[in-house]
Design a protein around this ligand. Structure first.
Ligand SMILES: NC(=O)C1=CN([C@@H]2O[C@H](COP(=O)(O)OP(=O)(O)OC[C@H]3O[C@@H](n4cnc5c(N)ncnc54)[C@H](OP(=O)(O)O)[C@@H]3O)[C@@H](O)[C@H]2O)C=CC1
Ligand SMILES: O=C(CO)COP(=O)(O)O
Length: 333
């Protein structure tokens, strides 16, 4: 049994705590609001993010980061990507110095264009071998309902990846290992952007030909950037690439797809932000991925178009038309 600290108690932090608890671990969740902590400790439910799902006694919660981190073998980070740096800067001094640091986040930092594992390394000074990423087709609510799913545990240190695999493998969750941290992170961040584009197609009332075309070209775009950065192309064909892309683009549970759907129906980004507190990481990361693609010298037409719609510079319909009108000479289907 491992002692695991999970920062924080949103949809995925809470659902992943269930995975960890089912696998026999002792979990402490950090939440920034007292009412979330009280609901978890007293009512055994995260009423805000996973209503109706019972949490076992091996999961407890606290607003005190020091209490959460104390004696943890593994520290799991799952705040919205753009808030990681600021939060982690305040937690870094209290994290156990030999704990494995695990990112569940799917985004790229605005401005620095850093992946989450890079932010973690910079802020904590931990070696890259101590930092892992878990990414795959893992919609939080389905995981919390114990529907069977698989994921990738990626770490440059293969032994550490295997240890994490062993402590996360449970009755309904099957982790695979990888050393391709970069490929998993680019796959996880890019699928959110493609999910937004697919959502727009759905919001406009288009059917499966359109969504399949966007998904497939989205995968090509993801693989182009990831491999240019040094990822293993096979990672993008796996659970952290194609797998996650399919789950996100197919499911009404995806916040990114839903965000895109609302854009497709004519809502503005500001109106959507005002209507929900849940994160759609792709709405911010499309800018970072686009800049990363420019810096790497690869083409990113879907990220560019999604960014323009999110910024209100293009309508979702114009985005779909630009996808069809695009000069295709240089690309293979
Ligand atoms: N949900 C899913 O199915 C999956 C999500 N992920 C990834 O996990 C990460 C977290 O997403 P998810 O749990 O879904 O998000 P949610 O929106 O469900 O929860 C966000 C959590 O972060 C807290 N939070 C929000 N803003 C801040 C901030 N500025 N500082 C500190 N804490 C903050 C929220 O607290 P409060 O309630 O107080 O606002 C809440 O606990 C994302 O990168 C996402 O891509 C990965 C796989 C699956
Ligand atoms: O990452 C996810 C599924 O693997 C969750 O996707 P959303 O953030 O779009 O809900």
């Amino acid at each position: 049994m491992s002692k695991i600290a999970v920062f924080s108690a949103g949809s995925w932090g809470t659902a992943f705590s269930l995975v960890l608890a089912d696998a026999g671990n002792d979990v402490t969740l950090w939440a920034r609001r007292d009412e979330v902590v009280d609901a978890i400790n007293d009512r055994r439910e995260n009423t805000d993010y996973l209503p109706g799902i019972e949490l076992p006694p091996s999961i407890s919660a606290s607003t005190d980061p020091e209490q959460v981190a104390a004696d943890a073998d593994v520290v799991v980070l799952t705040v919205p990507s753009q808030s990681l740096r600021e939060n982690l800067a305040s937690w870094a001094p209290i994290l156990p110095s030999d704990a494995t640091l695990v990112s569940l986040m799917k985004g790229v930092e605005l401005g620095t264009l850093m992946r989450m594992s890079e932010v973690i390394q910079e802020v904590t000074d931990a070696s890259a071998e101590r930092i892992a990423v878990i990414s795959g087709p893992n919609l939080a609510r389905e995981i919390a309902r114990r529907e069977p799913a698989a994921s990738v545990v990626a770490c440059l240190d293969e032994e550490r990846a295997k240890q994490l695999q062993a402590i996360t493998h449970g009755p309904s969750f099957r982790p695979y290992t990888s050393v391709d941290v970069l490929g998993c992170e680019i796959g996880g961040a890019y699928k959110n952007v493609v999910g937004l584009a697919v959502g727009m197609a759905v919001g406009l009332g288009f059917g499966d030909n359109t969504t399949a075309s966007v998904i497939t070209r989205g995968l090509a775009e993801t693989a182009r950037l990831a491999t240019a950065q040094g990822a293993n192309p096979l990672t993008l064909m796996g659970l952290a690439g194609l797998g996650d892309l399919v789950a996100t683009c197919s499911s009404p549970l995806s916040r990114n797809r839903t965000f895109g759907e609302r854009l497709g129906q004519g809502m503005t980004t500001e109106e959507i932000y005002a209507s929900t507190r849940q994160v759609a990481e792709g709405a911010k990361s499309c800018k970072s991925l686009l800049a990363l693609a420019e810096r790497t010298g690869v083409d990113a037409p879907i990220a560019a178009a999604v960014d323009a719609v999110v910024d209100g510079k293009m309508t979702a319909l114009d985005m779909m038309n630009s996808f069809i009108a695009r000069d295709t000479k240089a690309e293979m289907g």
